[in-house]
Design a protein around this ligand. Sequence first.
Ligand code: 13P
Ligand code: SF4
Length: 349
Amino acid sequence: MPRLDTAVHDVATDVIAAPEGDAPYGGVVADEAWAAEVRRLATERDAVLLAHNYQLPEIQEIADHTGDSLALSRIAAASEASTIVFCGVHFMAETAKILAPEKTVLIPDARAGCSLADSITGEQLRSWKAEHPGAVVVSYVNTTAEVKAETDICCTSSNAVDVVASIPADREVLFCPDQFLGAHVKRVTGRDNLHIWAGECHVHAGINGPELAERAAADPGADLFIHPECGCATSALYLAGEGAVEADRVKILSTGDMLTAARATEAESVLVATEVGMLHQLRKAAPDIDFRAVNDRASCRYMKMITPAALLRSLREGADEVHVDPVTAERGRASVQRMIEIGKPGGGE
Ligand code: 13P
Ligand code: SF4
């Protein structure tokens, strides 16, 4: 197991440091004793451990399933475990609770939010809908339960194009909250009746075009794996259009689809435009390829709040439990259910 310290110590004596301000939980070494204790507690709680591809490597390794947001939602919905421990951010754990209301859903640190989910509120979506009566609302899964309750179909980056393509061509579509994913969907589907909310993820928006162009020029044989939430997605297609990069080397992919592409490519190096946690799964999937981040500062501080200490605390104390108001959950369930029914399997399933 990578990055595990093999020193044996008594985990029972580990004191989990109470975080100061918005610092994550600390004070625990992710060694073999920690891993054994996490596994023991998970069995005792009848818990399945799910980890998103952006989690710390030691969390990805200890999880039962590591994958993209669509795969993890499907696994949460189908799991027979009575408890789901969601190592990811809050909206992901909320989505699991909406899909499996009878289960206990835990997130190791409830402060793990998402700047993209914060970029639209239920109130803002209600006002936008009022301006476009009859429009179909498609919301990215990176939204609060309140926004999902106002939504017709949710999507993730891996099935956003399929979801929009499933809507009759003459219906207006409101797409929220990510402007870059929205632009990608509009480009691929060619729909001009798709209206896009101007939200963004601060991590992906920061992976910019000039930086990508510089990296691509320095490594002309590299594939470009670009997450559609990135600010540089349009620039990547522009570079391909200008002939600066071969068109078939530019791939706009969800995190799960990046793994499939990594196994299939013949390139010796790949420039990766997404949160840096993704590099761990990519290097495992294709150890001979040189994967490099387009921006190695693209680390999501919310994803990184799920530390070894936070996971141990979660399993010891049954915290932090995720609750979604039952009326809101009921209103959001159909949109999330449609999301997991559309699009091919993959990404960790
Ligand atoms: P995917 O796992 O759907 O690619 O999502 C990326 C993301 O930004 C989650 O926060
Ligand atoms: Fe949200 Fe961006 Fe972090 Fe993903 S990487 S959880 S979209 S803030």
